[in-house]
Design a protein around this ligand. Structure first.
Ligand SMILES: C[S@@+](CC[C@H](N)C(=O)[O-])C[C@H]1O[C@@H](n2cnc3c(N)ncnc32)[C@H](O)[C@@H]1O
Length: 310
């Protein structure tokens, strides 16, 4: 197992919103290395239950090694798009007081060259959060059309040189000159005529391919949708995002669910017919300067919370 640590982000904000002392059942849908889970567990009433979910086998191995002996803790290896099945099996669906999503990858995933998430280490082009199933990043790049690759780099990476990079990647795939993260990094750097001074030139491409390989957009949309149903009335949803693709999905979701049913604008609808399913809690939060100083990886975090309408 990889021993890199993950520093959990925005713990104080999380504890303030979740208020674990008042909870009976909490789900951490993105266990990682359990930083958030540990902070919450320590404040739960002694008879409360906690469910720890992650799709990554290494995260789950960590959870088992630390939490297996704990009473009233369930550990589940699954994507959170299967939240409903897993919580129904545990007879907890509709009874959750708080559910937490801390999206993206953990530091142990990023820092382990074998996982292939980072251009800062040389390793196989894998990038799967669940590295026991599905196509690796290299296999995905082999199968994807150039047109689709351009779209992925543009939509998920907001990469302005998406065409040039996609053409280079497909050429390198066809002549077998791309195998590792270092190969991909060098190819991306060479395909870009200008540099962004604030970001490594490969950041956007790696982010886009990772999102596609792990089907993250659909995972997040489904996970949020299922979370509302999983919550008890008055239960809280917390979502921490790390880039604009994730945050946009969360923001729109909370906004739409707080408005309620959709009716065409020309139809006057009384408030009682809107049936909003969520109430937004406060404004989106960002980490403070002290936290960013202590943990630079927290700098892009955006924290949003909402409560299921009773
Ligand atoms: C930022 S880390 C979470 C860190 C955690 N909150 C902590 O304090 O240690 C994100 C974790 O979510 C997991 N993850 C991401 N998308 C997932 C999904 N769709 N289903 C289940 N787990 C997912 C990743 O495997 C990773 O371990």
């Amino acid at each position: 197992m990889n021993h890199s640590q993950h520093i959990p982000v925005m713990i104080e904000e999380l504890l303030n919103i979740v208020n674990p002392e008042q909870c009976q059942t909490v789900v951490d849908a993105t266990y990682g290395r359990g930083g958030h889970a540990t902070a919450i567990y320590g404040r739960l009433p002694s008879d409360a239950r906690m469910v720890l979910i992650d799709r990554d086998p290494e995260a789950i191995a960590h959870a088992r090694s630390v939490w297996q002996a704990m009473k009233r803790v369930d550990i589940v290896q699954a994507p959170f798009s299967r939240l409903d099945e897993e919580l129904k099996t545990l007879k907890l669906f509709g009874k959750i007081d708080a559910i937490i999503f801390d999206f993206g990858v953990s530091s142990p995933q990023l820092d382990n060259p074998d996982r292939g998430f980072s251009f800062r280490h040389d390793g196989p082009l894998d990038m799967r959060m669940d590295n026991s199933s599905g196509p690796t990043a290299l296999e995905w790049m082999m199968r994807v059309s150039e047109k689709k690759l351009v779209q992925v780099l543009w939509e998920y990476g907001e990469e302005r040189f998406s065409r040039a990079i996609a053409t280079s990647i497909k050429q390198a795939i066809s002549n077998g000159s791309i195998q590792t993260t270092r190969d991909l990094e060098q190819l991306v750097v060479a395909a870009q005529p200008f540099r962004d001074r604030h970001k490594h030139p490969a950041t956007r491409t790696f982010q886009a391919i990772r999102i596609a390989v792990n089907d993250e957009v659909s995972e997040i949309s489904q996970g949020l949708e299922l979370a509302i149903e999983a919550l008890a009335p008055g239960g809280k949803l917390v979502a921490i995002s790390f880039h604009s693709i994730e945050d946009r999905i969360v923001k729109r979701f909370i906004r739409n669910q707080s408005r309620g049913n959709f009716y065409p604008p020309e139809i006057p609808v009384p408030k009682e017919m809107m049936h909003p399913r969520l109430r937004q809690i406060g404004k989106p939060l960002k980490p403070g300067t002290e936290e960013i100083h202590r943990n630079p990886r927290s700098r892009s975090a955006v924290f949003r919370a909402a409560q299921k309408v009773a």
